[in-house]
Design a protein around this ligand. Structure first.
Ligand code: GLN
Length: 489
């Protein structure tokens, strides 16, 4: 793709996750979402985010492997085979995290300057944490989704993977634009409210930038699954920030415990609807061996034989599992007990965040406009009803681990059942459900260098020397999240 010779990204190589359209001009850049259903599919247009990159001088380095349609946490669910982390442990390849694992490895191994991924429930932040780089998920609606293949569109967010926070900020500034092609792109009127925050109800931005920050430490993130190296890296980061004059404030986010289950109802429900179009007629190439005339006759229309064979052969197991789960959650028999309950939990998660952040949520000031059903207080179990946070204990940001553990080996992941794999996302899905900006930044685990980039004799880099620490901010507070990311780095 051509590169503008005077743009701020001139000559910089940027890799693109394979679920983001790169357009038809370069056939080698098919857009397949790592799915057999879309093998060789060249999207007729480039995603707005890709267009913005090239207009600003970037060169598209290539498409990166990922979990099929973004569904996974280890980039193993791909039609092209697994992504491998550059780091190894005891001769065993480590998980690169998912679903944007290919983008993370491309950045970590310096095959590109930066990369785009997508983050629906953690898919930029988790691979960043596992590969020792930076992964930034902006507020939902700031970066255009036009040309991004939907997984769960109410949470899908284009994210940035880079070597450091300033590079992530550079890309964010270029990509943060209203796009009329994307109906969920925040309109200029709302953007003006975010950027002119100092003139509105929010605390003055410049004052907030100058002063020490109040950092919320969610006690609910001390899960049983939290491993000691990650816990230590988190605590050491918090102590360092306190030494620098920032204030630590313990906070409760009681709905965190239900967030993961809600996510794994809502995301598959949206996916089951979004993926219905991959039927071999509208998208994808026709089957080599289409149903015979007799088979089609037996089925009257013939279409469902074609669809089911195409989808049966084309989708991988995890995608099929999600479609089945999602279709069930949306069925008349399960709708009330699953989908509606999950929507209510989503609202509780959003309320938890709004209760602890000092700045009001610019989208919830008129709370009746939210699309999620509002739970009545009676629906909240008494032991989980949280007292209102006093103004004195409100915070500017939250700091949590990104993932409960360091990257597992690929062999270990393969032995896990899918439910165990889903727990990797426990710390990333709450911000996704609420659409909040968050960044994962690598910090040293005790006594180890941040980059273990020395070969360990197995052709890999040795064990990963860092854990991901996640900064979460109020909706629209992307700049302050980036700023704290830089302090943590
Ligand atoms: N691991 C989560 C899932 O499989 C998140 C994926 C993502 O953010 N795309 O749904």
């Amino acid at each position: 793709m051509s590169s503008e010779s005077n743009g701020p990204l001139f000559g910089k190589l940027i890799a693109i996750k394979d679920n983001i359209s790169t357009g038809p001009s370069t056939p080698s850049l098919a857009t397949t979402a790592a799915s057999n259903t879309l093998r060789k599919h060249a999207s007729p247009f480039a995603a707005t985010v890709v267009r913005l990159l090239t207009e600003n001088g970037a060169l598209i380095a290539g498409k990166t492997n990922c979990d099929e349609f973004g569904m996974g946490s280890h980039s193993l669910n791909s039609a092209y085979g697994p992504v491998k982390n550059a780091y190894v442990r005891g001769g065993h390849a480590l998980s690169a995290g998912g679903s944007s694992g290919g983008s993370a490895v491309a950045v970590a191994t310096r095959q590109c300057w930066a990369a785009l991924g997508t983050d629906t429930g953690g898919s930029v932040r988790l691979p960043a944490a596992y590969c020792g780089i930076v992964g930034f998920k902006p507020s939902y609606g700031l970066l255009s989704r036009w040309g991004v293949l939907d997984y769960a569109n109410s949470m899908d967010t284009v994210g940035i993977l880079s070597r450091d926070v300033p590079d992530a900020r550079t890309l964010f500034r270029i990509l943060n634009r209203f796009d009329e092609e994307d109906p969920t792109s925040l309109p200029p009127s709302v953007r003006a409210r975010l950027s002119s925050a100092d003139a509105g109800e929010k605390p003055d931005e410049s004052a907030r930038n100058a002063r020490a920050l109040r950092i919320g430490v969610p006690t609910d993130y001390c899960l049983e699954e939290l491993s000691s190296p990650v816990h230590r890296a988190w605590i050491r980061t918090l102590n360092r920030l306190q030494d620098q004059g920032h204030q630590l404030v313990p906070v409760n986010l009681p709905s965190t415990k239900q967030a993961l289950s809600a996510y794994y109802v809502l995301a598959p429900a949206e996916a089951s609807s979004n993926l219905a179009k991959y039927d071999g007629v509208r998208y994808g190439s026709r089957l080599q061996d289409p149903p015979s005339h007799q088979e089609a006759e037996a089925d009257k229309s013939g279409k469902s034989v074609l669809f089911s064979r195409y989808r049966g052969e084309g989708f991988g197991d995890e995608v099929k599992r999600r479609i089945l789960l999602g279709a069930f959650a949306l069925s008349a028999a399960a709708m009330d007990n699953y989908f509606i309950q999950a929507q209510k939990i989503r609202r509780l998660v959003q309320d938890d965040f709004d209760r602890v952040f000092a700045s009001p949520n610019p989208l919830h000031t008129a709370s009746s406009s939210s699309s999620s059903p509002k739970p009545s207080s009676a629906q909240k179990p008494a032991h989980e009803a949280s007292p209102p946070q006093s103004t004195r204990s409100k915070v500017d940001l939250l700091i949590t681990p990104t993932a409960p553990t360091l990257p597992p080996t690929i062999d270990d992941v393969r032995q896990q059942d899918p439910l165990a794999t889903y727990t990797n996302d426990a710390f990333t899905v709450p911000a996704s459900l609420a659409g909040l900006p968050s960044i994962s930044v690598p910090v040293q685990t005790a006594g180890r260098p941040r980059s273990g980039a020395a070969a360990d004799g197995d052709g890999g880099w040795g064990d990963v020397g860092c854990a991901g620490v996640q900064v979460i901010g109020q909706f629209g507070d992307d700049d302050i999240v980036l700023r704290m990311g830089e302090i943590v780095e």
